[in-house]
Design a protein around this ligand. Structure first.
Ligand SMILES: Cc1cc2nc3c(=O)[nH]c(=O)nc-3n(C[C@H](O)[C@H](O)[C@H](O)COP(=O)(O)OP(=O)(O)OC[C@H]3O[C@@H](n4cnc5c(N)ncnc54)[C@H](O)[C@@H]3O)c2cc1C
Length: 393
């Protein structure tokens, strides 16, 4: 049995280990175009490697995987997030679970994960061939019985030429996980301000995400924005990254609730200046900005603003509006939305329907997630499932 794995990334390396464990006699060649295997894993999670998530607080898989949730549900039956935790712990990696439900190695060092995987590959006799860029998958079939395609996200349409002659459906790639540019918006003067629980949405759409929001010197970022960029990745690409962003600074509170909060502050502090007494979750600089944006003078007192001023404040707090014009990458921590369409593959085995012996794993497929360890989890699970499928065959 001869197996070629294209790409020494998270999915390819994990797959090669699980393959050799099941089929020690097989020749497993990992073909890597770069000079270093697992180069991307080495920089994941800011060099700390957020390798999975407890999935607590995730109400449906589609919330974590805007593309590919049904496939992920299937592969988790073979290798779940709990299996990932157990796999790495059994290999001697101590893991820590953060309050935000993300798992990291206790060493806080992605190189521990890289070294472990490379060591296991060496011990098991996986051949890692660096500097080996595959240009055509078809050509590998004479030499190998099975080919595992794991080259990661291919952000440019040209990257898909390796599939030439295979007649695969490709979903055009667009970026996901980016921050929003708000050129000209005075809110950028508040850069560094964080609101722990905000809701960001796009006007006129159903796209909506909740979580911490960070104001930056170019616009807005933080988990709420990154999540929203993931949910709306294709919509935003189609609109040329022009959209109207709505922010609810009170974590999804409704109008009645917001009004009650403001009324309570007003009743308690009628002669105090509005800018000096604010709803708890809103930082003071942001509050001053929102008060001004609501056309309330900085020296106005709570008793003076009247019902109209109150209405404007409620509206700004719940539907603060910004014009998005462009996107920026978040610390280069982006993934590709789109790729090889899931219609090409058998969900049970990850084998290509039209080409037996051809398997797919990782971000090359039209599967991607929000931040939080979900993307690596998808790579481990798919790599594992492909190894299982090949060995069962
Ligand atoms: C900076 C950054 C930080 C991230 N942090 C996290 C995180 O903390 N947690 C998380 O879950 N996700 C994170 N992600 C996303 C995650 O890293 C990817 O989703 C994951 O690595 C995908 O795994 P993969 O095996 O499909 O592809 P990759 O890990 O990208 O590996 C693909 C490999 O294939 C090689 N290759 C490509 N084309 C060819 C070819 N034609 N021939 C031969 N080799 C080829 C590439 O050089 C690469 O080594 C991060 C992404 C980035 C960019």
């Amino acid at each position: 049995m001869r197996v070629a794995v294209i790409g020494a990334g998270a999915a390819g390396c994990f797959c090669s280990i699980e393959l050799k464990r099941r089929l020690p006699e097989a020749r497993v060649d990992v073909l890597e175009k770069g000079s270093r295997p697992l180069a991307k894993v080495a920089v994941t999670g800011g060099g700390r490697c957020n390798l999975t998530n407890s999935f607590e607080g995730i109400s449906s898989l589609a919330e974590a995987y805007p593309r590919g949730d049904k496939l992920i549900r299937k592969v988790f039956r073979s290798f779940s997030p709990e299996d990932t935790v157990k796999w790495f712990e059994d290999e001697g990696v101590e893991l820590v679970l953060q309050e935000d439900h993300c798992y990291f190695p206790a060493s806080q060092d992605a190189m521990q994960i890289v070294s472990l995987l490379l060591q296991r590959m060496r011990q098991l006799g996986v051949n890692v061939l660096t500097g080996r860029k595959v240009d055509s998958i078809r050509e590998l079939f004479g030499e190998y019985d099975s080919v595992v395609v794991a080259p990661g996200g291919l952000p440019k349409p040209e990257g898909y030429s390796i599939f030439d002659g295979l007649d695969l459906e490709i979903v055009p790639p667009v970026p996901s996980l980016f921050t929003f540019n708000l050129p000209g918006s005075p809110v950028r003067e508040l850069m560094g301000t964080v609101v722990e629980d905000a809701v960001a949405s796009l006007a006129g759409t159903k796209f909506r995400a909740e979580g911490p929001l960070l104001i930056t010197h170019w616009g807005m970022s933080g988990p709420a924005i990154l999540k929203l960029s993931s949910y709306a990745a294709r919509h935003l690409s189609d609109s040329g990254y022009k959209s109207t962003l709505l922010v609810n600074w009170l974590g999804g509170a409704g109008e009645g609730n917001a009004r009650d909060i403001l009324r309570a502050i007003a009743e308690k502090n009628p002669l105090k200046q509005v800018v000096n007494f604010r709803p708890e979750p809103v930082p003071s600089r942001l509050w001053t900005y929102l008060v001004t944006k609501s056309k309330i003078k900085e020296d106005s007192r709570w008793a003076e603003i009247g019902p109209k001023g109150m209405n404007r404040l409620v509206d700004t707090l719940l539907n603060d509006t910004y014009e998005v014009r462009g996107q920026s990458r978040f610390k280069e921590e982006f993934v590709t939305c789109g790729g090889v369409s899931l219609r090409n593959i058998d969900y049970n085995t990850l084998e290509c329907k039209s080409r037996p012996g051809l398997y797919f794993a990782g971000e090359v497929l039209d599967v991607d997630a929000i931040t939080g360890g979900f993307n690596l989890q998808a790579a481990w699970s798919m790599g594992y499932r492909v190894a299982q499928s090949i060995s069962e065959k």
